[in-house]
Design a binder for this molecule. Structure first.
Ligand code: GLA
Ligand code: ZN
Length: 665
């Protein structure tokens, strides 16, 4: 399996390169990613190329058996280029140019940037497409990062109009879909159509208050599509000249790009995982990281790479806490458990200059191997020993959570309630599953559903006929579907449906929403199969229309009204959860739904802070157990196993050290 580091030879004297390669080899590293920000080194002046340094670095590494992934350097257009063509720069919603000084300072729709992209990418692809030490490509770097998912420049305005023509065919259709009769917004010419610039209505939280929701959602879609086409331009070029597989480094839960669409053009997905950084001082919940891994696996429904895995304390101006002994190894195994087939640590050696002087890598500024190097070395050795059950394995999941970027964007534009966030709601369901030792896939609505016993489809607000038909089919054939509040109330163009809520899902759910209450920060009581609990964020007051009642509200004027229901539909069942729930109640509800559907648990007992993932390679199952606690734990395995890492026998009780890991067969 590939195991490596992100390496920047251009930041260090040549004399050090051979020593780096030697130290890497000793650390069991066999791959590096190179050059993704090196445009100005590769083409210092227009048309003057210098590949000699990169050739030499690849060669030195190659001699130690270390292969390379080459990044196309388009995330950092050089100064000579943007000075010559300033309209390459992005603009913000106030029309200000977002200029030079950091990175990602280009617009995805700039025709001149497309031309220069083609030139540099084809040069590189031709040169390294035939290099046997180059084993893969990374397109650009983290599309959308540093708030670059959306641009408001003139090029984007023109491109948006073209995109809309394609989508709507006629202005009449567009005006109808957006409901432009409201506030006299009717467009009589395509050239009149605006981007959602700053208007008199914008609030201090920079939401797009006052803009038309149809236009806003289409702007989100257009912006995401712009990234997808910009990536495609590069993918097509590389395929012309090179045969190595192509990836891009995604960002887990990042909300502005439809990763299911972005992933279609790639050969494999990779992503960048920093569980503890400047923005997450206390370290993120391991379940959030787990879900990001599962989403990354779901993008192409197959194994992925971690292209940047945190390897030190990190931040830009301030730093998060340093990874404690065992944590680098734990995070690596967590990635592998959820489907990573290659791990690349960011970065090999901490840079002494530039914006990331504080973003520590495997080596410190002084380049001397210490604790973190030792842990990477040890982990690499262990992983190579079991690599045949890692590469090409799959996670065994009987449940899935559907994630929809269209719905995410619609909810971002109008979150309904101050307490509401679509990703957080999905996460609460994900936590409910992990808290019950249940594996899950995170998938798009286009994915095949039949293989799942339970499909969770939280707050699927925008609907269209083919989606309704698809899930009706799934349930009819025996599937179990879980819907929540804010489902089925809008059309795909972001206008409100005028049928009784839950609109498109009314028949399936066997209920009607009589009234609702946007709780914001308040809460109400709820009681039912999960015991007594708390309803948060939102309460749908339900009138069963064939469905049975599983829980009722326990306070407020709607006390006693149905809050959670279940309806039999064909051979399957549809659950409707009319409110947000405190996590404990949600865990219990999920336990009961999964129990009814006979979903298997990875381990029969839950140990706090311990994660268990069931995997399979060539029909042979194994379980990865991860202790995220800073203290040792004893895990009830409910059976006898062998630990593949130590060879030890486990008789019902597995002892794990702080941040310890075990692979059970
Ligand atoms: C991202 C980028 C890297 C680096 C790290 C640390 O993941 O892809 O280039 O900037 O963050 O900030
Ligand atoms: Zn633009």
């Amino acid at each position: 399996m590939y195991y490596g580091a992100d390496y920047y030879p251009e930041h260090w004297p040549k004399e050090r390169w051979a020593e780096d390669a030697r130290l890497m080899k000793e650390a069991n590293i066999n791959v590096v990613r190179l050059a993704e920000f090196a445009w100005a080194k590769l083409e210092p002046a227009e048309g003057h190329y210098d590949f000699s340094w990169l050739d030499e670095a690849i060669d030195i590494l190659g001699k130690e058996g270390i292969k390379a992934v080459i990044g196309t350097p388009t995330a950092t257009p050089p100064k000579w280029l943007v000075d010559k063509y300033p309209d390459i720069y992005m603009k913000d919603r106030y029309g200000h140019v977002r200029g030079f000084g950091s990175r990602r300072h280009y617009c995805y729709n700039s025709p001149v940037y497309h031309e220069y992209t083609k030139r540099i990418v084809s040069k590189i692809a031709k040169r390294y497409g035939v290099n046997e030490n180059v084993i893969a490509w990374q397109i650009d770097n983290e599309f959308g990062c540093q708030d670059t998912g959306q641009c408001y420049c003139e090029n984007c305005q023109l491109a948006f109009r073209e995109w809309l023509k394609e989508r709507y065919g006629s202005l009449e259709n567009l005006n109808r879909a957006w409901g432009t009769v409201f506030w006299s917004q009717t467009y009589n010419d395509w050239d009149e159509i605006i981007l959602p610039y700053y208007t008199v209505c914008e609030d201090s939280d920079h939401r797009f208050h006052g803009h038309n929701p149809g236009l806003l959602l289409d702007f989100y879609r257009f912006s995401s599509d712009s990234v997808v086409s910009y990536q495609k331009l590069q993918v097509d070029l590389i395929r012309e000249f090179a045969s190595q597989p192509i990836t891009h480094n995604l960002m887990g839960h990042f909300p502005e790009i439809d990763y299911f669409k972005l992933g279609k053009d790639l050969d494999f997905v990779s992503w960048d995982n920093y569980p503890r950084n400047q923005w997450r001082i206390d370290g993120s919940d391991f379940r959030e990281v787990a879900m990001a891994h599962d989403l990354m696996r779901g993008v192409k429904d197959k194994g992925f790479w971690v292209m940047e895995q945190q390897s030190g304390p990190c931040g830009w101006s301030v730093m998060g806490r340093t990874p404690k002994p065992g944590q680098l190894r734990l995070w690596t195994y967590q990635a592998v458990a959820h489907g990573a087939e290659a791990i690349v640590y960011f970065r090999w050696r901490t840079c002494a200059f530039g914006a990331e002087e504080y973003w520590y890598g495997i080596l410190d500024h002084d380049g001397i191997p210490r604790r973190r190097y030792g842990e990477v070395q040890k982990t690499g050795k262990e992983l190579q020993a079991i690599s045949d059950i890692i590469v090409g394995s799959r996670v065994v999941s009987e449940t899935a959570i559907i994630k929809s970027y269209d719905n995410l964007w619609s909810h971002r534009i109008q979150p309904h309630s101050t307490g509401f966030d679509y990703n957080t709601l999905l996460m609460s369901y994900y936590k409910g599953l992990i808290n019950n030792n249940i594996n899950t896939d995170v998938i798009s609505i286009d994915h095949d559903l039949d293989r799942y016993k339970v499909v969770f489809m939280p707050a699927f607000n925008l609907v269209k006929e083919d989606i309704i038909e698809k899930i009706e089919e799934y349930v009819k054939n025996g599937g179990n579907l879980v819907l929540t509040f804010r489902s089925g109330s809008r059309n795909w163009d972001n206008s409100m449906r005028t049928d009784t809520l839950p609109g498109g899902f009314r028949k399936l759910a066997g209920i009607e929403v009589e009234e609702f209450d946007s709780l914001n920060q308040d809460c109400e009581g709820i009681t039912g199969i999960m015991g007594d609990g708390t309803a948060i964020t939102w309460c749908d007051i339900l009138k069963p229309n064939g469905a049975g009642v599983l829980a009722v509200y326990a306070s407020g004027y709607y006390r006693g009204s149905a809050a959670i229901t279940v309806n039999t539909f064909g051979k399957g069942k549809v659950y409707y959860v009319g409110c947000g729930l405190d996590q404990k109640s949600l865990d219990k509800l999920i336990e009961s739904i999964a129990g009814e559907a006979e979903v298997g648990q990875v381990l029969p007992w839950k140990t706090e802070g311990v994660e268990a993932v069931k995997k399979e390679k060539d029909g042979k199952p194994y379980i990865m157990v991860l202790n995220h606690n800073p203290v040792p734990v004893i895990v009830d395995t409910g059976g006898n196993y062998t630990d593949l890492l130590t060879g030890g026998k486990i008789n019902n009780k597995l002892e794990l050290e702080p941040y310890g890991v075990s692979v059970l067969v």
